[in-house]
Write a protein that binds this ligand. Structure first.
Ligand code: ADP
Length: 397
């Protein structure tokens, strides 16, 4: 087991900066997932830890050792990739033990390690199977067992579940969590799938265009995204955004107004361009507003498309400007729309005029230009005295 530390790691490929000044510390035994859209630098960052890529700048440490220039085999890491390369002419035992035999362990030790690893990934009784007699999930487990037998300090996994079907992927997520619990080894995991990242990790590192956006526990990224990118990337469906300008008493957007004392927003001044963010589950029909601690004033809307998901209904709303545009048969722009999620028993239909409100305690404000978060949750003074919200914590800290 070991701690992993990246210090100002940059990787430059001619005109592409694949990794841009990334620093982070991963604790011994921690499960950290690198997540972000395709091409954001997840794999390259991991490859600098694996030793498959040498950073153009910066240092990589595993434990107390500077491994920046060390060969992969000398780093105490084991890797599992998306494309499982099992030897087709070898059975499971031979596939799992291949690396050990290269390292000249004696037969007894090899047998012991392979049986233990097969047990952990639940492949007991399958050691004499050939790869083509196994399912995709079983083959992936062989690949993981092959990594386990090496007894690494750090596991590096690059989209190991990407080629599996949806059901198996969900199952393997649980298996990997169990594996982590049993082995206690540091795991760095790469995925573009934010649901995978959210469900498995102790912390997630969100990357965009080679830059680290936020590294925090999944729920912190969800509830207190550091910037607009994280807010939009984490959570499905995505957060709603509306751009506006701050005046003396609140934020005015094209379709609605939210009252807020500018002095309550750390770092903001009147006249600033601010983007409001609110998740679909924090948009409510006005008639349900009583259940909320604090709601915004009602916002005029018209229901557009409904998507019943079984456990909830996604309601696409057109706001005032969007309704006007739709009458002129112009496409509505995204700021004229709002996605609301309601419980499946909600009485709502398409093309219905409704009033909606936003849960003030769940409103996020971001600086439009830089994208940086300003606050999470709005409160007024009277609630400030009794309540606790993210805004209060931030304002006080
Ligand atoms: P991700 O894993 O997030 O999809 P990568 O780390 O694979 O992203 O790639 C980050 C960026 O670096 C991409 O723009 C990619 O095209 C570029 N890149 C990666 N490897 C190389 C390489 N060997 N040569 C040139 N460009 C590369």
């Amino acid at each position: 087991m070991a701690r992993v530390r990246l210090e100002n790691v940059t990787k430059q490929y001619e005109d592409v900066t694949a990794v841009d000044d990334v620093s982070m510390e991963i604790e011994d035994g921690e499960f950290v997932t690198f997540v972000g859209p395709s091409g954001c630098g997840k794999s390259t960052t991991m490859e600098t830890v694996a030793g498959l890529t040498k950073p153009t700048d910066g240092r990589v440490y595993i434990g107390d050792d500077d491994v920046t220039t060390l060969a992969p085999k000398d780093r105490g890491v084991a890797m599992v990739f998306q494309n499982i390369a099992l030897f087709p002419h070898m059975d499971v035992f031979e596939n799992i033990s291949f690396g050990l035999r290269l390292r000249t362990y004696d037969d007894e030790e090899i047998q012991r390690r392979v049986e233990q690893a097969a047990d952990i990934v639940q492949l007991e009784g399958m050691l004499d199977r050939m790869p083509d007699e196994m399912s995709g999930g079983q083959r992936q487990r062989v690949a993981i067992a092959r990594a386990i037998v090496r007894n690494p300090d750090v596991f590096l996994m690059d989209e190991p579940l990407a080629n599996l079907d949806a059901k198996l992927r969900v199952h393997m997520r649980t298996e990997l969590q169990r594996l982590h619990r049993e082995l206690g080894t540091t795991i760095i995991y790469v995925t573009h799938d934010q649901a995978e990242a959210m469900t498995m990790s102790d912390r997630i590192a969100v990357l965009n265009a080679g830059k680290l956006q936020q590294i925090a526990p999944p729920l912190e990224c969800y509830n207190e995204p550091a910037n607009l990118f994280v807010a939009g990337f984490i959570g499905s469906p995505s957060m709603n955004f509306a751009e506006g300008t701050l005046d003396e008493s609140g934020l005015e957007t094209a379709n609605f107004r939210v009252d807020v004392d500018p002095e309550r927003i750390p770092g903001a001044t009147v006249g600033d361009e601010i983007t409001l963010g609110v998740r679909p589950e924090d948009v409510h029909l006005s008639r349900d507003a009583d259940a909320l601690g604090q709601a915004t004033d009602p916002i005029d809307a018209r229901t557009d498309v409904l998507e019943p998901m079984g456990d909830e209904i996604f309601v696409y709303l057109l706001l005032a400007e969007g309704i006007e545009r739709s009458m002129e048969e112009d496409p509505a722009s995204s700021s004229d729309q709002l996605l609301m999620s309601v419980t499946p028993d909600t009485d709502v239909s398409e093309n219905q005029d409704v009033d909606v409100v936003l849960d003030r305690s769940k409103i996020h404000l971001f600086e439009t230009e830089s994208g940086e978060a300003l606050c999470h949750g709005l409160t007024d003074r009277s609630e400030r005295e009794s309540g606790t919200t993210a805004t209060e914590t931030e304002a006080d800290s």
